[in-house]
Every structure is written in structure tokens, then in C-alpha cells.
Design a protein around this ligand. Structure first.
Ligand SMILES: Cc1cc2nc3c(=O)[nH]c(=O)nc-3n(C[C@H](O)[C@H](O)[C@H](O)COP(=O)(O)OP(=O)(O)OC[C@H]3O[C@@H](n4cnc5c(N)ncnc54)[C@H](O)[C@@H]3O)c2cc1C
Length: 492
């Protein structure tokens, strides 16, 4: 029986481990933290249960397909609820839109905002559906190793309909003029870690995911997905070693001989690194075996980092939904402060997750569980006074825009930013979401899932194909596991 080591128990590591174990490989997952989940971990404090990272459950078909691969369904592991409204967006003081779950209601809303926009939305989403079907059922499952992967009839005949060479910003404006509609449709691009003018219109597939496939929530919290994936992995025989940070990869010629953690040593036949790519290459792998150098990494466009506040309130809120976005400030300046001229933003847009609006089990009775997230540039100086300044700034804005008092009701508060991402996950420059999905960092142009200098080392996760986000990370684990098995079989 071949043995494999997976470094990291985030979504990609859990997925890779389960795919390998399903094929009869003896798999051990080594995780530096005390529990699985990586950026999607949870913590409990004073009766609240906080999801630390992802809060949006989009693309339910990807999760279902994952569990189906192993003869299971999502519902065997967690129970999903569709949110309606999907989310709320504030554009100014007490000026907000609720985004309904059904297409008919959405068209009605668009029509009210801009005459003709209802019919345009149908057309826009039809084109998004086409892209979703090609993108999410085909392209994202490619290992990104050769251009020939992209040459197939479906792709070639459809290349113009995929709008790969046009920015989504221009594309959206061909359909709509109303500024609030444009803000709404540009929002899902934030998940890709890039700006709308730097993102191919192919990604209007995200609008289809948002508006047609819907926003869902696993009751109990996003961590239920991790628990389900861990349980499934264990059912397949995967072993987990927590509190086990791998600190050295020992080489024998062009292959990994052993992996080290403190004073322990393990000898797998092959390794899948699901921890941050940069950490594995630059900190664990000896220099001659690295595929990319520091200047390569410095030239990459990273997705943003985040300043996050986990807050417990002794109050039920009436002006926030489960998901509320605050788009009252101009995003172009905020985007500039993330990508072009990295600095702490003057007037950032921000997002609040208040999952206890849907799920009373994650807060004590009569309390609210809130996560406030401000996207910020990676590699910023991060300290307590800066965090506190932004805490006051967003609470003031939140109270002013909603007209609802929040500050006096705070009974729990914890902040999280760059220094925590680095300490907890070895995150390059404290990134939250990996590499941005810009035109020049898509598919084959991402860091490769194989190491051409090391025959038994492979990579998965949000810094390689297909990219950042929970669904792509789950897919990434499967893509890399298949590639690793293929390469190892060829070597036998
Ligand atoms: C705040 C935030 C909000 C987000 N919101 C959403 C959302 O709403 N929807 C969505 O789809 N996506 C969202 N994302 C993105 C999504 O969470 C990530 O893309 C995904 O979880 C990444 O999974 P991964 O397996 O690639 O990496 P990670 O989750 O980072 O997993 C890597 C693991 O490797 C471990 N590790 C690191 N170094 C070592 C070592 N030397 N030895 C052993 N283990 C090691 C780490 O501890 C970690 O557990 C969000 C991310 C963040 C941070």
C-alpha cells in the first residue's frame, strides 16, 4: 500500500486526503493547529460559536458533487437552508436593498431600479449560466499543466461566449447603467480577490452562482462542512495528527525522503502540500528544489488580507440580515488602497455576517453573533491601535447607516488580522484568500500543482489551481490527488 502525507487540514487538504484514501492509499494529514479547517476554523467563547473565515455558502452543486464522489450526500453530514433574502446591501443612511432569492422577484427589483433591467438580467444570467457550466463543470477540474488541456471542442466553439479577454467591469456596463445594480453585480468579484476591471468577464459565472443558485447556510455554522469532511475522511481511513507543524522536508536526490515535525520524522511515498504554497517552497524546501523565487512571489497579485472582528452582542438586531454589505463608500479608492498603493484604507467598504439571524444555536438566547470583515491590503503593519481605530470607525458607520445602537451591547470582542494569519497559517504577507484570479493568474498561469524538480511533491489549495474560495479549494484537493496518483503510478 502506498503512503501519502498531506500537510495541512484545510478544505483542500481534507479533500485531497479523502480522494487518495478512496483509491486505497494510506493517508496521514499533518496539521499545525489543534483542529482541522484552516482558514475555516471555528472558536467558542462565552456561549458564542464563531466561524473564523468563510460565511458565504455558494455553489451548492460543488459540495454535493464532492460528497457524491464517495457515495454520500451533503445531507448525511449537515443540513442546508437557503436564505431569502440572500443578503442586504446598504448604499447610504437607511438606504438599502434586500436581494431576494427567486429570479422573478429579482427581475422585479431590477426593473424598479432601471427600466428594462429585468429583461437584461435574464439575458445576463443566461450567459452566466453558460460560463458556469463550462467553467465549474470543466475548466476548474483541469490540473493546469498544459495548454492542450484548454483545447477541446466545447471550449473552442464557446471561446467568444466565455468573454475571457474582456473585463467584467466593461461587460456588466453593457447590460446595466444604474449604479446600485452595477455595485451589486460587481460584488461577487471580491471573492476572486481582484478588482472588476482586472477580472475576466468569464467570472460573471459568479453572478449566476449568486442569483440563480442562491446563498445557503449549513445549520450550526460553516464549520459543519469541515466536520462533515473530516468524518468522511476518517470513514475512508485517513489518520490525522494535529498540533504537528511540518518544519522540514528532507531530500534524497530529486525526491522527498522524509518530513519532519519537532523531533518526529515520517517517511511517506509522496507528499501533498496544502499549506500556503509560498511557505512550503520558501521555508521548508531546500533552495535547489524551489520552482519559484522570492521575486516571483513578490510579483504576484495577492488577494486581500482582512481585518476581522468577532463580536457578541446582548441584543437582537433589527437592521441587519444574516449577510449585510456596506457599499456606501466608493470602492475605487478602497481598491486602490488594496492593490495599487497598499495602505490602511481611508473609508473602506465592509461586510457583516450575523449568522445568529438564521441560527439561534450559535449565540446565547437574546444575543447576536457578528463577524465584521474589512478587506485590506496584504503586508500592512498590523498592531492593536490600528485595529482599534478601525473597530471604532466601522461601529460608528454601522450605527449611523442602520440607525441602530450597537456599541453599548457588546459583551464579547476579538480581532484578527495579518499577524494572526501569519502565526496561525504561515500566510504569505498575511494573505486571507491566496492569489487573486486576475487574467494573468488564471489556470495554467498559477503556481503549478506539481514540483518539476521533486518527483513526489505536489501542491493544492487556494494559491494554486483553480483559486481562492471554499468550492475551488475543495476542487483543488481532488485535482491534485488525481494528478499525484497518476504521476506516482507512472513511476512504479
Ligand atoms: C476571513 C475569510 C473569509 C472567507 N470567506 C469566504 C466565503 O465566505 N466563501 C468562500 O467560499 N470562501 C471564503 N474564504 C476563502 C476560503 O476560506 C479559503 O479559500 C479556503 O478555506 C482555503 O483553504 P485551503 O485548504 O487552501 O487553505 P487553509 O485553510 O489555509 O489550509 C491550510 C492548512 O495548512 C496548515 N499549515 C500551514 N503550515 C503548516 C505546516 N508547516 N505544517 C502543518 N500544517 C500547516 C494551516 O494551519 C491550515 O490548516 C474566506 C477566507 C477568509 C480567511
Amino acid at each position: 500500500m502506498q503512503t501519502a502525507a498531506i500537510i495541512g487540514a484545510g478544505f483542500s487538504g481534507l479533500s485531497a486526503a479523502t480522494h487518495l484514501a478512496h483509491q486505497g492509499i494510506a493517508v496521514t494529514v499533518y496539521e499545525k493547529n489543534s483542529l482541522p479547517g484552516g482558514r475555516a476554523r471555528k472558536f467558542e467563547a462565552e456561549g458564542f460559536t464563531f466561524d473564523m473565515g468563510p460565511s458565504w455558502y455558494w455553489m451548492p452543486d460543488v459540495f454535493e458533487k464532492y460528497f457524491n464522489t464517495f457515495g454520500k450526500t451533503c445531507s448525511e453530514y449537515y443540513s442546508l437552508q437557503r436564505l431569502d433574502p440572500s443578503y442586504r446591501v446598504y448604499f447610504g443612511k437607511k438606504d438599502y436593498l434586500d436581494i431576494p432569492a427567486g429570479i422573478e422577484a429579482l427581475c422585479k427589483l431590477f426593473e424598479e431600479l432601471e427600466p428594462g433591467a429585468g429583461a437584461s438580467l435574464i439575458k445576463f444570467l443566461e450567459e452566466g449560466k453558460y460560463k458556469y457550466e463550462i467553467g465549474m463543470q470543466d475548466l476548474v477540474y483541469k490540473p493546469g499543466l498544459s495548454v492542450s488541456e484548454l483545447i477541446n471542442t466545447k471550449l473552442l466553439t464557446g471561446v467568444f461566449k466565455l468573454h475571457v479577454f474582456q473585463s467584467i467591469s466593461i461587460y456588466i456596463r453593457k447590460f446595466f447603467k444604474e449604479p446600485r445594480i452595477i455595485k451589486l453585480l460587481e460584488f461577487p468579484v471580491l471573492f476572486l480577490g481582484a478588482t472588476p476591471d482586472n477580472t475576466p468577464a468569464l467570472y460573471s459565472l459568479m453572478n449566476y452562482a449568486d442569483m440563480s443558485l442562491g446563498t445557503w447556510y449549513p445549520m450550526g455554522g460553516m464549520y459543519k462542512i469541515i466536520e462533515g469532511m473530516q468524518k468522511l475522511a476518517e470513514e475512508k481511513g485517513v489518520q490525522f495528527k494535529f498540533n504537528t507543524a511540518i518544519d522540514k522536508l528532507e531530500m534524497n536526490g530529486g525526491r522527498i525522503k522524509s518530513i519532519h515535525s519537532a523531533n518526529q520524522l515520517f517517511n511517506p511515498d509522496f507528499v501533498i502540500a496544502s499549506a500556503d504554497y509560498h511557505h512550503i517552497e520558501q521555508q521548508l524546501l531546500p533552495t535547489p528544489f524551489r520552482q519559484y523565487n522570492e521575486s516571483y512571489w513578490d510579483s504576484r497579485v495577492l488577494a486581500p488580507s482582512s481585518l476581522i472582528f468577532y463580536i457578541g452582542l446582548i441584543k437582537k438586531l433589527t437592521t441587519l440580515l444574516h449577510h449585510t454589505l456596506f457599499f456606501d463608500e466608493d470602492f475605487s479608492l478602497h481598491a486602490k488602497e488594496i492593490y495599487k498603493d497598499p495602505r490602511w484604507p481611508a473609508s473602506p467598504q465592509f461586510y457583516v455576517s450575523c449568522a445568529s439571524q438564521t441560527d439561534s444555536g450559535i449565540a446565547p438566547p437574546g444575543h447576536e453573533n457578528m463577524m465584521i470583515l474589512i478587506p485590506v491590503a496584504p503586508a500592512l503593519h498590523d498592531d492593536e491601535p490600528i485595529r482599534e481605530k478601525y473597530f471604532n470607525l466601522v461601529i460608528d458607520r454601522l450605527e449611523n447607516l442602520t440607525g441602530e445602537s450597537v456599541r453599548p451591547y457588546i459583551v464579547y470582542k476579538r480581532s484578527y488580522a495579518h499577524n494572526d494569519f501569519i502565526a496561525d497559517y504561515h500566510a504569505f504577507k498575511g494573505n486571507a484568500y491566496g492569489l487573486a484570479n486576475t487574467i494573468w493568474q488564471t489556470a495554467n498561469l498559477k503556481p503549478s500543482i506539481v514540483n518539476k524538480k521533486v518527483t513526489n511533491l505536489f501542491y493544492t489549495g487556494q494559491l494554486t489551481v483553480p483559486g481562492p474560495g471554499v468550492p475551488p479549494s475543495i476542487i483543488s484537493g481532488g485535482v491534485t490527488a488525481r494528478q499525484a496518483m497518476k504521476s506516482m503510478r507512472e513511476r512504479l
